[in-house]
Write a new protein. Sequence first.
Length: 76
Amino acid sequence: MTSIIAREYRANAKQCLSWADSASDPNNREAFFALTATWISAGARIENAARIEKSTAAPEIRAAGEPLLGRRPRVK
């Protein structure tokens, strides 16, 4: 889900660059560049937060001797 959102943010940034390229007024062009930077920054923050959340997620809790869900116990 996060990568989809970040991808959409990058698409928005690309659209802003296109608008900046076609803008004839320098103030409008600068505004589109600033908006581009905002979209890129937001996408990067979302991806970074997802990486941090994934790396700091609590380990699965289980009773002693019980296998993790979805895993079969080893047969010796």
